[in-house]
Write a protein that binds this ligand. Structure first.
Ligand SMILES: *[C@@H]1O[C@H](CO)[C@@H](O)[C@H](O)[C@H]1NC(C)=O
Ligand SMILES: *[C@@H]1O[C@H](CO)[C@@H](O)[C@H](O)[C@H]1NC(C)=O
Ligand SMILES: *[C@@H]1O[C@H](CO)[C@@H](O)[C@H](O)[C@H]1NC(C)=O
Ligand SMILES: *[C@@H]1O[C@H](CO)[C@@H](O)[C@H](O)[C@H]1NC(C)=O
Ligand SMILES: *[C@@H]1O[C@H](CO)[C@@H](O)[C@H](O)[C@H]1NC(C)=O
Ligand SMILES: *[C@@H]1O[C@H](CO)[C@@H](O)[C@H](O)[C@H]1NC(C)=O
Ligand SMILES: *[C@@H]1O[C@H](CO)[C@@H](O)[C@H](O)[C@H]1NC(C)=O
Length: 485
């Protein structure tokens, strides 16, 4: 008989038959530790009961997007005493009472990770039972649950005092009361929230004071996050990732706190996208003081100018997003002494071929380039990228309507490692481009040609069997005011 120690079953919609499950429990699956039944719509409580009775060693169970009910939760708490990771995300058929079994039966007292994203049917009692039944819980994910209230969080934190990672994306009603309750009991390493307009400076002050070891803070689109909030964040000792994108109130003062704070030499990833008040002065401080920064996202920071790219010269940044900024050729020409591997310059409508040529001469390590919707660019820009940046892996130039078959010819003769190409909306490209592209498949394994009206379906289809990802359409580009000039 076959012994299985570690199996990850890839769930496919309507894929699991009763025979298969019976076979699984009959063959020696007693040592099965990992089971992924996500999106198996055929998995019923009865089948699951059979599985868990036969597999007492389960550590990891992914039941997301299945139709299981309370009965499955009962069987889990009777049989899976070792279970550590459980995902019930987007399961709508169980109720609060299902979690009562965790508290009253033998229970899953060793549960470390629980994903309840999208389980909008849950109410206060459910969180009470979880708190009583799973005191060792370390990581809880409650994303996409707009119904989540402060009292649910209070109930959860009543007994769960070991929490170190909490994710509450899209829970707009949570207020300072919830965060202060978390701060009181937990020493967090990761905290994620998004789209909240209630949390004030008090929340961040409380959280950062109690969780000095916080490494990852995701607070995107928190409209009441201010410079004073960042002063608290700046007191953290070991912050590696910070995402405050779409926090409109943050200004240079907040960035100054951060760059003078205790984590200045620790930060690796910073996202200040859509922080429209921050200026070149912030970028100067970031470039000079955050000496380990790897990813920097400045996209749609409307106040930035070419000076910002000058400041970034010589910095540690390897992945830079300046999409939608008012950058011109002068800025591109000024960037040097930087080992940039990923450069996202989408929607920078003022940059021209001349700027791209100067940039590529100085920044030759580029592997991932996105110039989508840089409408002024044409063939010479692509010639420069493929001539100077020999290690190019990904190129996106969707919405660059001036590109002709020449651009694709330059690309396919210079970039021998290219794996991914997006030419959507390059309406001048013809079947000739496909003949060039065919020559580099492999390594090319992903091609996107939406809205390519001059590429025939017949020619496009010929390429399909040679790549993993393929997309083509002849439709007119949907972008407003899009024309070839
Ligand atoms: C679990 O299955 C889902 C659905 O097939 C799949 O998307 C996911 O990557 C799997 N997870 C793991 C860890 O294999
Ligand atoms: C799985 O469910 C689908 C409906 O979603 C059904 O048509 C199919 O017969 C089921 N397969 C098995 C093996 O139970
Ligand atoms: C469970 O499966 C889903 C896909 O349906 C996947 O997104 C998720 O990452 C899986 N969870 C874990 C912890 O692997
Ligand atoms: C929670 O589950 C959802 C759905 O399977 C998945 O997309 C998400 O990545 C999970 N979150 C975490 C942090 O594991
Ligand atoms: C279990 O869930 C069902 C809904 O799926 C509900 O009607 C029932 O009351 C619950 N049973 C118990 C014992 O909690
Ligand atoms: C930069 O942040 C925006 C969100 O504001 C996101 O859409 C984009 O993907 C990020 N860029 C990178 C390179 O991750
Ligand atoms: C912010 O940018 C970072 C990397 O630049 C990315 O990983 C993250 O997903 C972005 N945040 C949002 C909300 O898109």
């Amino acid at each position: 008989m076959v012994k299985v120690d570690r199996v990850i079953v890839m769930g496919t919609a309507a894929a699991f038959s009763e025979e298969e499950v019976r076979a699984c429990t009959l063959c020696e699956c007693r040592n099965l530790q990992d089971l992924n039944l996500s999106e198996c719509f055929n998995v019923t409580d009865v089948l699951l009961q059979r599985i868990v009775e036969g597999c007492p060693c389960l550590l990891y169970l992914n039941l997301s997007c299945t139709l299981i009910t309370n009965k499955t939760l009962r069987e889990l708490s009777r049989n899976c005493l070792n279970l550590q990771y459980l995902s019930l995300a987007y399961c709508y058929r169980f109720t609060d009472e299902g979690f009562l079994y965790l508290a009253t039966e033998k229970g899953c007292h060793n549960l470390i990770h629980l994903n309840l994203s999208g389980c909008t049917q849950m109410t206060l009692n459910g969180f009470r039972y979880i708190s009583a039944g799973c005191p060792s819980l370390k990581e809880i994910v409650i994303d996409d649950m707009p119904t989540l209230s402060d009292s649910c969080v209070l109930a959860l934190t009543a007994r769960c005092h070991c929490l170190c990672a909490i994710s509450l994306l899209d829970a707009p009603h949570l207020s300072d009361i919830a965060l202060e309750a978390i701060a009181e009991v937990a020493k967090l390493r990761t905290f994620r929230t998004e789209g909240n307009n209630q949390l004030t400076d008090n929340s961040w002050k409380a959280l950062c004071r109690s969780s000095q070891g916080l490494r990852r803070l995701h607070a995107a689109e928190c409209s009441r996050m201010t410079d004073a909030s960042l002063k608290s964040v700046a007191s953290l000792k070991n912050l590696h990732h910070l995402d405050i994108s779409l926090c409109h109130k943050v200004s240079d003062t907040g960035i100054q706190y951060l760059t003078e704070g205790s984590s200045a030499t620790k930060l690796r990833e910073l996202n200040v996208s859509y922080c429209s008040h921050i200026t070149d002065r912030s970028v100067m401080m970031i470039a000079q003081r955050l000496c380990k920064l790897y990813h920097l996202n400045l996209s749609y920071c409307e106040s930035l100018t070419d000076m910002s790219l000058e400041w970034l010269s010589g910095s540690s940044v390897c992945s830079l997003d300046i999409s939608g900024c008012n950058i011109q050729d002068q800025g591109l020409a000024a960037l040097e002494g930087i080992c940039l591997k990923k450069f996202i310059v989408a929607e920078c409508v003022y940059i021209t071929d001349i700027g791209m040529e100067k940039l590529c001469k100085n920044v030759r390590d580029l592997e991932h380039v996105d110039v989508s919707h840089c409408v002024a660019l044409s063939d010479p820009a692509i010639r420069a990228i493929s001539f100077y940046c020999r290690g190019l892996v990904t190129l996106r130039m969707s919405g660059c309507a001036k590109m002709t078959d020449m651009a694709v010819q330059y690309l396919t003769s210079g970039s021998q490692y290219l794996r991914e190409l997006d030419v959507s909306g390059c309406v001048l490209l013809t079947d000739r481009s496909l003949r060039h592209i065919e020559r580099i498949c492999p390594p090319l394994c992903s091609i996107t040609m939406a809205y390519c009206s001059s590429i025939s379906k017949v020619a496009a289809l010929k390429l399909r069997p040679r790549v993993k990802h393929w997309e083509h359409s002849n439709d007119d580009p949907p972008w407003f005011g899009y024309n070839i000039s």
